[in-house]
Design a protein around this ligand. Structure first.
Ligand code: AKB
Length: 326
């Protein structure tokens, strides 16, 4: 992964980092990337459940934390005095739709706990992920602009949009240096996503390397914005390392890389595995996908802090199949 070198003054970071939600799809890889970049013992991984991943447990500190438990959060902040907190714990779109009240509680109260605690403990920087789910069926679908009509119609999207506004409020009211990106669907080989609408784009590679056909829960022609994990990690580190004056958007930045439909992933896989087959059985996630953008305009991220993705669909497929094949 192309990360800045620890010798780079922009990345020299005195103090600890706390990653909340470290066992999730992004958390697992971000914790590993941060431990590669800094002293592993300074990167504290936290999650509501003990990790299955040995590295997460043994390469640096691990703490059990339910982000809804403010007392425990305060205790960890007093104990480690982190300079940065990455708060990643959330229910994703499909799961939150099935469990709306808990989705709202975890996504909203969890964020407010972190923002309040960050102010109270004088945390230098907070990172919180938003999503393309902040957009809704009234949003322009192609090259969705940074500023446009939103009107999300999922619990997850509503919670992400409200969360963005809270981040902006804490920055304006308390001067909190909170930064955020609107991730597209994230695809990686090290960890599985849990409960999202874009999960098919990870599942399909696992089936392909197992030599099995894939039944897709979205229909052919469903274009969604997507991103390979190394690009997502790079964007996250870049936005956190950028000088504060370069961060002009304190809600959340649009972030783009590629846009594709399921049949295009299948065709990309078939370059390596010509026998691979895809079929379609759309379920309730189709309606969520239909309400989201097909592609994203991320001009602001490119102009403000130099965002530049590296991976397109075929390059990602080559890398995914190579690693999963091992
Ligand atoms: C989901 O599908 O819910 C997530 C997202 C786009 O935020 N991957």
């Amino acid at each position: 992964m192309p990360t800045p070198s620890p010798a780079d003054p922009a990345t020299r970071l005195p103090g600890n980092i706390l990653v909340i939600g470290a066992c999730g799809q992004l958390g697992l890889e971000l914790t590993a990337a941060l431990r590669q970049l800094y002293e592993p013992r300074c990167v504290v991984a936290a999650d509501v459940r003990p990790p299955k991943d040995e590295h997460l447990l043994h390469d640096g500190p691990f703490e059990l934390l339910d982000v809804l438990d403010r007392t425990r959060l305060d205790k960890l902040l007093r104990q480690y005095r982190p300079r940065q907190v990455y708060h990643l714990a959330a229910l994703l779109s499909a799961t939150a739709e099935k469990n709306p009240l808990f989705g709202w509680q975890l996504n909203m109260d969890g964020l407010l706990n972190v923002l309040e605690a960050a102010v109270a403990h004088g945390i230098g920087q907070v990172y919180w992920p938003s999503s393309i789910a902040v957009f809704g069926p009234d949003t322009p679908r192609e090259h969705t602009p940074q500023l446009t009509i939103m009107n999300p119609n999922t619990v997850y999207g509503i919670s992400k949009l409200a969360g963005e506004q809270w981040c902006e409020w804490y920055h304006r009211k308390h001067g909190l240096d909170v930064r955020s990106l609107r991730y597209p669907g994230l695809i990686g080989y090290k960890s599985l996503p849990g409960g999202g609408t874009t999960d098919y784009a990870v599942d399909i590679y696992h089936k392909a390397v197992a030599g099995q056909p894939y039944e897709c829960f979205l229909e052919a022609g469903t274009y969604l914005p997507m991103m390979y994990m190394p690009d997502a990690l790079q964007a996250t580190l870049d936005v956190m390392h950028a000088p504060a004056e370069r961060i002009k958007i304190r809600t959340s930045y649009n972030l783009g890389a590629m846009s594709f439909a399921p049949e295009e992933v299948a065709a990309s896989i078939q370059r390596h595995r010509p026998d691979f087959q895809i079929s379609y059985a759309p379920d309730q996630r189709q309606a969520i996908a239909n309400s989201w953008p097909a592609s994203i305009d991320d001009t602001a991220a490119r102009q403000d802090w130099g965002w530049q993705p590296q991976f397109d669909l075929d390059r990602m497929t080559d890398d995914m199949l190579l690693h999963l094949g091992k």
